[in-house]
Design a protein around this ligand. Structure first.
Ligand code: DUC
Ligand code: ZN
Ligand code: ZN
Length: 473
């Protein structure tokens, strides 16, 4: 007797779709074929619907004291929002300050994430590379957390990794099968521009984006890729926003270098005109939002597979946190000073709906591409495939049923992210997750949450050697 059968759905893989049934027992997919209703305690009829492997979100910042703000959600609340957005595994970053042990910080983060209703993992973070932190890379790989973030900016905030640190971490990663993740923005370009704005006393939201132009990102992207080429190892570049950076990746890919490029739903659907609004501070994130043309160039990068990962970079700050350091003028309006705005946007719950609607239903990409970008590729690159990222016998029964005809209007009340605004307010979406299943348990059905606090499990990951070695062309 199976615990659950999902019947008549269109099972979506990264390169094909097939109509079939799925049988689940003890939290795993145990058979794919045709079954009768009597064979299971619970039967879900998915006729006309698409059945996807649960989403894997490898990029979010929850409860992460960032620029003095913590975010609106606990990890349990974040897991609820994730589940409504078709995400069944998420990963966050260790909080790091200089002098701390990356390994100890990852363990501490794991503990904080235990209350999650969905599966979870943690990335390390490197600010400095010395004998002790580099030894931690061995421990982190052994512990099942082989991915490490480094910021190429935020020097003043004390989290920037210098070039030498980046190089040493890359070298160690190559040795022990670790995989670095880079936030690429050139600190000198950004800081120089910010200083000029300070001198002109014009710190408007619009100038925020001007301080971190495309070349600020492309310069750092290029430097990271050259280090990776020099060391001959793989890297992930997170939240890429523009063609200039993608062209660097295209050149690297043409020579077989494993550079995995991520972009986020906000860079595909929100634009820098938001900075012209009085509440434009709500749209401040790093790198900044770009133009519609640049967003279309990102879609081109998705279509030609230069971009293989979609990560939301979710930072769910409510209005009070985004504006906590801003001052008001005598009319009660915020005095524009972008330096005082906490960076980051909410996006975890809308990631899949945006890719389904703007990607598939607008004819830009296939539903198979969406599975690749939001689940399979992420599981493969981050080292948890085939436990995650595929509907296969033996994989965890983490499944999302999607209704490609369902139309919704995005608004703050529809989402479960606990904030009082939605930057996508009013956006028409066609294609939405209807049911989310984690380890064979239905955790979202009919817009209600049935998951449990602490039900999520820590996912131990290891990077496949083929992920970090040069591709055969
Ligand atoms: N970018 C943001 O906008 N917020 C958090 C971290 C980051 O890289
Ligand atoms: Zn970042
Ligand atoms: Zn981030």
């Amino acid at each position: 007797m199976y615990d659950l059968i999902i019947k008549n759905g269109k099972l979506v893989y990264d390169s094909y779709t097939i109509e079939n049934d799925i049988a689940v027992k003890d939290g795993k997919i145990v058979q794919i074929g045709k079954f009768s209703d009597e064979q299971a305690s619970r039967v879900v009829d998915a006729t006309g619907k698409y059945v996807l492997p649960g989403g894997v979100e490898a990029h979010m910042h929850c409860m992460a004291p960032f620029q003095g703000a913590l975010g609106a959600n606990t990890f349990y609340e974040q897991s609820i929002s994730a589940a409504f957005g078709g995400v069944t595994t998420f990963m966050d970053f260790a909080n790091m300050s200089r002098g701390q042990s990356p390994f100890e910080q990852v363990k501490a983060r794991r503990k904080e994430m235990e209350e999650s209703a969905i599966d979870y993992s943690v990335h390390g973070k490197f600010i400095e590379a010395n004998e002790s932190t580099l030894k931690d890379i061995d421990k982190l790989v052994e512990y099942g957390t082989p991915t490490f973030k480094m910021f190429m900016t935020y020097k003043k905030e004390g989290v920037m990794a210098e070039d030498e640190t980046i190089l040493k971490v890359f070298q160690k990663c190559k040795e022990v099968k670790g995989l670095p993740m880079l936030h690429c923005e050139s600190n000198p370009i950004a800081e120089n521009n910010i200083r000029e704005c300070e001198e002109k006393n014009d710190l408007s939201w619009v100038n925020f984006a001007k301080c971190k132009p495309v070349l600020c990102e492309a310069e750092a992207f290029s430097r990271a890729v050259w280090f990776a080429k020099y060391v001959d190892t793989g890297i992930i570049v997170v939240h890429t926003t523009n063609k200039e950076a993608l062209d660097v990746a295209r050149e690297a890919h043409s020579k077989g270098f494993p550079v995995y490029v991520e972009t986020g739903p906000h860079y595909l659907t929100l634009f820098d005109d938001l900075y012209e609004r009085e509440d434009g501070y709500l749209a401040i994130c790093s790198p900044p939002l770009r133009t519609p043309k640049q967003a279309e160039e990102l879609w081109d990068g998705i279509k030609d597979k230069t971009i293989s990962l979609i990560g939301s970079d979710d930072c769910t700050f409510d209005v009070d946190e985004k504006s906590m350091f801003l001052e008001k003028d005598s009319d009660g309006k915020f005095i524009q000073d972008f330096r005082k705005v906490v960076n980051g946007l909410s996006g975890l719950e809308v990631r899949l709906p945006i890719m389904l609607s703007e990607g598939v239903n607008k004819g830009r990409i296939s539903i198979n591409d969406v599975v690749a970008l939001t689940s399979t590729n992420i599981a493969k690159v981050y080292g948890c495939f085939p436990q995650k990222g595929i509907l296969a016998v033996g994989s965890d029964a983490d499944i999302v049923i999607v209704d490609m005809e369902k139309e919704v209007t995005l608004n703050k009340d529809l989402l479960h992210n606990n904030i009082s605004y939605c930057l996508h307010e009013g956006m028409q979406i066609k294609g939405y997750p209807q049911m989310t299943i984690s380890h064979g348990n239905i955790i979202v059905e009919d817009a209600k949450f049935y998951g449990e606090k602490f039900a999520g499990k820590f996912v131990e990951r290891s990077i496949d050697k083929n992920i970090i070695k040069k591709f055969d062309l």
